[in-house]
Design a protein around this ligand. Structure first.
Ligand code: GLP
Length: 249
């Protein structure tokens, strides 16, 4: 894993934007994998500005999001569909058929998981996957557990994740218990992975991802086995890595 530490969250977001633009310059119809959550917010804002200023043409990219809550309709402001549309897709002017997300409202959720995984494969896989990391080391909604789940699947969210994500809901009780997430194979088959981490709340999780044992109890640790992972972290998130610099390479 390569680790690049930036001074600030803004520097991290600028570096991520540069890498995404490089990818699109190499392949204008690149397939991007995208995360919801607070970490990529500034990156998405900057992508919107790059589209507005015509710095780069996003019109041919296709995107696959990592996950979605079960039971939230796309027009629910707490859904990831809504989040992505407001934070990125509208600004990029991408048509809905270019922006794939798991359907958390599907009647047959098992069939939806199979459909979503097959769509990623049919698109030729993901060229560049932008990941965040949960403070419990989850990636997408792959939660710590006894085994890695390879394919797109239904997840029962951990108490820690519901607690963390309750900031977007009225209360923890109001926070969905179930989600659909890309699986670890879907993630590991991405050609390039960019893992973003910002803030002191991610310091321990990032250390486990980069320096800890590879274990399903710390899902992000599997990324140590991927050929092309770049961790972009601000100083606060990387604080423990910098104390263990020799281990971070
Ligand atoms: C969320 C999402 C992840 C995201 C992670 C970190 O629950 N399912 O895709 O990367 O947790 O979120 P944040 O960036 O808000 O800290």
């Amino acid at each position: 894993m390569k680790v690049r530490v930036t001074e600030t969250y803004e520097d991290m977001s600028d570096a991520a934007l540069a890498l995404i633009m490089d990818q699109i310059r190499i392949k204008p119809d690149a397939v991007l994998g995208l995360a919801a959550g607070s970490t990529p917010l500034l990156l998405y804002k900057k992508m919107g500005e790059a589209a507005r200023d015509k710095t780069i043409d996003f019109s041919r990219i296709r995107t696959f999001n990592l996950d979605e809550y079960i039971g939230l309709a796309p027009d629910n402001p707490q859904s990831y569909h809504y989040f992505m549309k407001k934070q990125l897709f509208d600004a990029l002017g991408l048509p809905p058929e270019h922006t794939m997300m798991p359907d958390g409202m599907a009647d047959d959720i098992a069939a939806e998981c199979a459909r979503y995984g097959a769509m990623i494969e049919a698109a030729g896989g993901i060229d560049l996957l932008v990941l965040g990391i949960g403070s419990n080391t989850h990636i997408g909604f792959n939660e710590p557990g006894p085994a890695f789940v390879p394919e797109t699947h239904v997840v029962e969210l951990s108490d820690a994740t519901r607690q963390a994500n309750s900031r977007f809901f009225k209360s923890v009780d109001d926070t969905p218990r179930w989600a659909v997430s890309m699986g670890i194979r879907d993630i590991m088959f991405a050609k390039n992975i960019l893992l973003l981490a910002s803030g002191a709340g991610k310091t321990e999780a990032l250390w486990k991802a980069v320096c800890g044992d590879i274990t399903p109890m710390a899902p992000a640790s599997i990324l140590q086995l991927h050929r092309n992972v770049l961790v972009l972290a601000d100083k606060a998130a990387a604080a423990r890595l910098q104390r263990n610099e020799s281990e971070a390479d």
